[in-house]
Design a protein around this ligand. Structure first.
Ligand code: SAM
Ligand code: SF4
Length: 329
């Protein structure tokens, strides 16, 4: 499906829950949180209905996110329902991996293809400061479980945060080089207007700085050709060899809105048109008042038509109504 700016929109990111077992400083504050009441969360069946309608209008790729998607008790069922839709070519998930030792295999069997694992540093103490609950050992166990279950290729997401892990990008890149990992360094985005947004603004590190640090320590990086135009990361290999890939996701310093291919579904049933903007269209009302696939597809088509051309972070405009954990990244 094409939006009014000619972009092909075929990727739906589905947030299944807004709870999380961690409290990353740039995502979730420790106090003052309120969560979507359970009856307001889309059910597994409703998520499947939206995914079916999405496939009917040309969507092909799905990613489950949250909050922490593995906290959703019926996650395996949700994956199974989406993966069994003819035309749903790719079902992936973004997670902090802590619950994967128990879930990786059933998720794989249900049809999940791969996971992106969020781990900001390989230093256990600094990880505790940044991701606050949970330990590096737990995340590493989850990562190993994902690899063992074949949820591959695993990509690692690192949010670079000044004074917390900005120097750790080197060790993370070294791990990518030595182990053949694919690590992506993400620039902070201010969402939700609260404490987390404040951290995102004050601790921002441009990707250029992370890249310079890595090259100074580990040698030059060679740009990889873009195989997928909608890939938000600019990917590199080490000129001196190795299978590792490092990517930089730079929504602030180098916006990629022109090649955005995604729509988002919030856990309470809204199509969220752009991560960095508050505009939404309600789909839950239609689902709960007997609207079938055609009505849902019509709402999704309208949502795609209304997607903004780009974000306006440089003018100080961002999503105010929802924080990152309430949209799903
Ligand atoms: N809990 C899962 C996780 O952390 O991967 C999935 C949800 S999380 C909101 C999705 C992604 O958003 C994470 O990979 C994290 O790196 C990223 N993220 C969270 N807050 C961010 C922020 N303020 N700026 C940039 N990326 C952020
Ligand atoms: Fe939880 Fe993911 Fe947000 Fe961290 S980034 S608090 S793991 S939802």
């Amino acid at each position: 499906m094409r939006d009014s700016f000619g972009r092909t929109i075929d990727y739906l990111r589905i947030s299944v829950i807004d709870h999380c077992n961690l409290r990353c400083v740039y995502c979730m504050p420790l106090r003052g949180l309120s969560f979507i009441p359970s009856p307001e969360l889309l059910t597994a069946e409703e998520i499947e209905q939206v995914a079916r309608a999405a496939v009917a209008v040309g969507f092909r790729k799905f990613r489950l996110t949250g909050g922490e998607p593995t906290l959703r008790p019926d996650l395996v069922e949700i994956v199974g329902r989406i993966a069994s839709i003819p035309g749903a070519e790719d079902v992936a998930m973004t997670t902090n991996a802590i619950l994967l030792p128990r879930l990786a295999r059933p998720l794989k069997e249900a049809g999940l293809r791969r996971v992106n694992v969020h781990v900001d540093t390989l230093d256990p103490e600094r990880l505790k400061r940044l991701m606050r609950f949970g330990t590096l050992a737990e995340i590493e166990a989850g990562l190993a479980a994902a690899e063992k279950a074949g949820l591959t290729p695993v990509k690692i997401n690192v949010v670079v945060t000044r004074d917390y892990n900005d120097e750790d990008v080197v060790e993370m890149a070294r791990r990518a080089k030595e182990r053949g990992w694919h690590v992506r360094f993400i620039e902070l985005m201010p969402l939700g207007g609260g404490e987390a947004a404040h951290v995102a603004l004050s601790q921002f590190v441009p990707s250029q700085e992370s890249r310079r640090r890595i090259e100074e320590a580990l040698g030059p990086l060679t740009s990889l050709p873009r195989t997928n135009l909608a890939d938000e990361a600019r990917n590199f290999r080490f000129a001196e060899g190795g299978d590792g890939v490092v990517g930089f996701i730079s929504p602030v310093s180098e916006p990629y809105c022109g090649s955005c291919n995604r729509m988002r579904l919030t856990a309470d049933g809204k199509f969220h048109l752009c991560l960095l903007n508050d505009d939404e269209l309600d789909v839950k009302r239609a689902l709960r008042s007997g609207g079938g696939e055609t009505e849902v597809a019509a709402i999704l088509t309208r949502a795609v038509g209304l997607k903004p051309t780009g974000h306006r972070l440089e003018e100080g405009v961002s999503a105010e109504e929802r924080a990152m954990f309430q949209i799903g990244g």
